[in-house]
Design a protein around this ligand. Sequence first.
Ligand code: DC
Length: 212
Amino acid sequence: MIIAIDGPAASGKGTLGKRLAQHYGYRHLDTGVIYRAVAHELIRQGADLADETRAVRAALELDPDTFGDPALKSQTMGEAASVVSAIPKVRLVLVDFQRQFAMTPPGAVLDGRDIGTVICPDADVKIFVVADPKVRARRRALEARGRGEEADEAKILADILARDERDQNRPVAPLKPAKDAYLLDNSKLDIEAGVRAAIDIVEAVRAGRLRV
Ligand code: DC
């Protein structure tokens, strides 16, 4: 089974996807990490984030061993990832890696922005996760402080809104729900409740009780 989790609030530490994968004994890929890794490499080279040639090369040379690097988690890297992810050729290069991951047994949970629409349009279950941007800004600030970073919530909110706008309006693979995605608003749910709600959706879809 392939579970696609998309939406502006899909990742947030990758917790929801990770927890779902643990629940079902599946593999998990937080696809935002891929774009963050490409952005990180460009920054390391001192290159422009819009440098298509270098960005494509970084995407081709992607090394999954670097996905755990804490430097990838920062708000700044998320912003930079949003910029490189708007380059169509970068997205194209990364399609195969994601599809291979999705198709490898025993099953997979992928979270990102275009999993249900582009990467795995035939995913068995698609969940589109949204949350009030103010709530997301609060959560990101708490996460950043938890990592020992300073966090200005108003700036984080402005960044979130700018990033959503860019992700939703790029010409290739824009952030939008697949027609058959089930909407999950976790503004008022803590992590545990969000995970339970997602499992309920998966179970209902599998049992044929939920049609979207
Ligand atoms: O989920 P995240 O914050 O790690 O994602 C960082 C950026 O990467 C996000 O703003 C847009 C881009 N991204 C994407 O375009 N497609 C994905 N499947 C995942 C992330």
